[in-house]
Design a protein around this ligand. Structure first.
Ligand code: SF4
Length: 340
């Protein structure tokens, strides 16, 4: 299958139906043994220092891994992608644009999907068959999520990794399915994490220090039991059609669509506190104002740039946040006892 780079989660069912293998360029960037090297490639070619690291990383991956075709999302993801696509064109990369509609309205999504399928010389019937083939992988990812928050036998880092990978199923959905099936069976036999650990939500784009953050939290008796955007990649509300599936997918639409999903899951998963990750120089960071206003729980906002590990400063802020959450929990227990 011919590889096609993708800049975020897109309707991969259409790409696979057209004979392409989607490659999530973000995942390649962050999994690279030296992601800073990929950023350097972009900066040497003129990307400014105050441009988001994910954009520069994606560019570096295209240059370094020889990606010659990219599907970029122009509406519903990142305004920087538009200029990234122009530069990639300049460098000889074949660039195709996809725009999510401005609202999660199934007829509008259906029209956008039909146009995308036509661009790739396929149709939505063929894409629907691929959707069926992907169902078992998506269900397994969501089962892993359930094992994380309800059974407490999967770590926040494992949850992050397997859910974020559903954007391209690690470039081989059959292999992904086999590997995840094994992991799920194994984790079902695992001893659960202690019940008294703090329960955290992680909202916002995946962080540049994903590999560092989750174990660090767990070393302080706190677990992420909700990875918001990563879970959305797995399409938790798949609906009856591809159009419904991509209408229910909250990330490309208004932040208020995301908020409804977040509020439901915070309640269901009995979350103590929220970590909102924002990427330096990202317009989505402004949404922090709305999250802080709407969410009824303490929020810690972390901003990362091109540091792929937790600095001492960030670690200190995390520890202070966890202390505060523990204190709040103790006070709550105490006041419940005294009013009983
Ligand atoms: S983090 Fe923000 S600026 Fe960077 S690629 Fe994602 S949406 Fe764009």
């Amino acid at each position: 299958m011919k590889k096609i780079g993708i800049t975020t989660t897109v309707p991969i069912e259409i790409l696979i139906a057209a004979g392409y293998q989607p490659v999530d360029l973000n995942n390649v960037f962050i999994a690279d043994p030296s992601p800073g090297r990929l950023i350097n490639i972009a900066e040497k070619d003129g990307f400014p220092l105050n441009c988001c690291s994910w954009i520069k990383g994606i560019y570096g991956v295209c240059a370094d891994y020889g990606i010659d075709t990219v599907l970029g999302v122009t509406t519903g993801d990142c305004s920087n992608t538009i200029m990234l696509m122009e530069v990639l064109k300049l460098k000889g990369v074949r660039v195709i644009a996809f725009a999510y509609p401005d609202q999660p309205d199934p007829p509008k999504v259906q029209a956008a999907l039909t146009m995308l399928a036509e661009t790739f010389g396929t149709n939505l019937e063929a894409a629907a068959k691929v959707r069926d083939e992907l169902k078992s992988s998506r269900s397994l990812a969501l089962e892993l999520d359930r094992l994380t928050w309800r059974e407490g036998v999967v770590s926040g880092g494992e949850n992050h990794l397997w859910l974020v990978s559903t954007s391209d199923f690690n470039q081989d959905y059959s292999k992904y399915c086999r590997q995840l099936q094994k992991l799920v069976e194994d984790r079902r036999r695992r001893q659960a994490y202690p019940k008294d650990w703090l329960r955290l939500a992680y909202i916002g784009v995946p962080s540049v220090y994903g590999h560092d953050l989750y174990p660090y939290l767990e070393s302080h008796r706190a677990r992420v039991v909700f990875n918001e955007v990563q879970r959305q990649f797995a399409m938790p509300r798949s609906g009856d059609s591809l159009a419904e599936q991509y209408s229910n997918y909250t990330y490309p639409y208004s932040i208020y669509e995301r908020l409804k999903d977040i509020a439901t899951e915070l309640e269901r998963r009995q979350i103590d506190g929220v970590i909102h990750y924002v990427q330096a120089f990202c317009h989505r960071g402004i949404g922090d104002i709305i999250f802080r206003d709407a969410l009824k729980l303490p929020v810690l906002t972390l901003e990362g740039n091109d540091d792929f590990f937790l600095s001492h400063h960030v670690k200190t802020r995390i520890e202070a946040f966890l202390d505060m959450l523990r204190h709040t929990r103790r006070n709550l227990k105490y006041s419940q006892k005294t009013t009983a």
